[in-house]
Design a protein around this ligand. Structure first.
Ligand code: PLP
Length: 409
């Protein structure tokens, strides 16, 4: 008899988005005539940049001929993409990386979920709260999170509340943790940290021998000067941080699938005896064993993001979403809502009026404005009393949703 990994049974029954889908479906059954506007799930709506499409067409044609066909590629990714990443995403910020420090993947979800395999199950960990659910759920699966308390918190997880009261800047823990996940620009709150604020985290990690998993999936949305694009802009970060990025929101690759993870040569973790082990060769071994590389066609598409045309096209797409975010931010503020984010991120984090819970606010907007949002409490206890809106819809939908919500307010 095969015994299961019982940690899977601890996962909470309903994944947030299936819970939302159920409620939306129930609404649709009773209101078949209503036109719903969906500002809930964080998927993009703009098509791929033409430069990526053309590059992928060319790559498909290469597959048609024995001379140019590509079979298994390097598990770590092709040099043409890795070199473009280093040249465009890091060198302009004064960060030098070697090609063997960058691992191409099929997206940031897999990497944020898989990276924990390098670490013992009994490491202590911290997350900002609210948080992208993958960090917590992947740690539940390996038993690292402990047991769920009645307050909705896991016993081995330090929760760092991010709320309007602290300006969404998580307090440095008053104790040491082995592992911390940071995501900036942040999903779900849409907020960021300044250089000085992120430096406090790097300094904490250096002083406490903590590993930081830094998720920069929304880096392309940064507009303000004082917001770091990479954690490696902070001195010493290469010793303590792994950075994960994605082409999903940058270039519309949510359905194509490509991302990458930077594991600097300097970053280490310890054996029980205290021997320092570099994580780079471990991640390389993990990927070579369990991952057979991102497809050649996809990587050629991702490379085209860095071509001059690709860069222009990506900028236009991001500007489209930024315009949506601005329209939503202005509209909601005028209607008297307390709103956060939306400047360096495609997410707006809206405080529910009159002390309403997240789910109540969600239901009222669904039934009374026919707008689908995401209840903040689904991202963690400190998300209670908020909802998340995404700026990934069309201009028309975003504008109409704002009109409806403002009228409702
Ligand atoms: N990290 C964060 C914070 C996200 O919000 C998302 C997707 O919504 C991801 C990672 C997943 O990105 P990918 O599409 O590259 O798997």
């Amino acid at each position: 008899m095969a015994l299961i990994n019982e940690h899977f049974l601890k996962l909470r029954g309903n994944y947030l988005f299936s819970d939302i889908a159920k409620r939306v479906n129930a609404f649709k059954v009773t209101h078949p005539e209503a036109r719903l506007i969906r500002l809930g799930i964080g998927d993009v709506t703009r098509p791929l940049p033409p430069a990526c499409i053309e590059a992928m067409h060319r790559a498909v044609d290469e597959m048609a001929s024995a001379d140019t066909f590509h079979g298994y590629g390097p598990e770590q990714g092709y040099d043409f993409l890795i070199n473009a990443i280093i040249k465009h995403d890091f060198a302009p910020h004064g960060i030098s990386l070697s090609a063997s420090e960058v691992f191409i993947s099929d997206g940031a979800k897999s990497d944020t979920g898989n990276i924990g395999e390098l670490l013992r199950w009994d490491n202590s960990m911290a997350i900002t709260d609210p948080v992208y659910p993958v960090y917590v759920d992947s740690n539940i699966m390996c038993g690292r999170s402990g047991v769920l308390g009645e307050d909705g918190k896991w016993s081995n997880v330090t929760y760092l509340p991010c709320t309007a009261e602290n300006g969404f800047v998580p307090a440095i823990p008053d104790h040491r943790v082995d592992l911390i996940y940071l995501c900036y620009p942040n999903n779900p709150t849409g907020t960021t940290l300044t250089h000085a604020q992120l430096k406090r985290w790097v300094d904490y990690a250096l002083a406490n021998d903590t590993l930081i998993i830094f998720d920069a999936a929304y880096e392309a949305f940064i507009t303000e000067d004082d917001v770091p694009h990479s954690i490696y802009e902070i001195r010493g970060a290469k010793k303590v941080a792994i950075e994960i990025r994605s082409f999903s929101k940058t270039a519309g690759f949510t359905g194509v699938r490509c991302g990458y993870t930077v594991v600097p040569k300097e970053v280490t973790a310890a054996t029980l005896e205290g021997e320092r082990i570099p994580l780079n060769p471990l991640w390389n071994r993990r990927q070579c064993t369990k991952f057979n590389g991102t497809s050649y066609i996809t990587q050629r598409g991702a490379e085209a993001v860095y071509s001059p045309e690709g860069q222009r096209q990506v900028k236009d797409t991001i500007a489209y979403y930024h315009d949506n975010a601005k329209l939503m931010l202005d509209g909601l503020q005028k209607a008297g809502f307390q709103v956060f984010g939306g400047v360096n991120a495609p997410y707006l984090w809206v405080k529910a009026p009159d002390g309403m819970t997240s789910w109540k606010f969600f239901e009222r907007l669904l039934y009374e404005a026919n707008v689908v949002t995401t209840p903040g409490v689904g991202f963690g206890p400190s998300g209670e009393g908020y909802i998340r809106l995404t700026a990934f819809g069309t201009h028309e939908d975003c504008a109409e949703a704002m009109e409806r919500i403002c009228k409702w307010a």
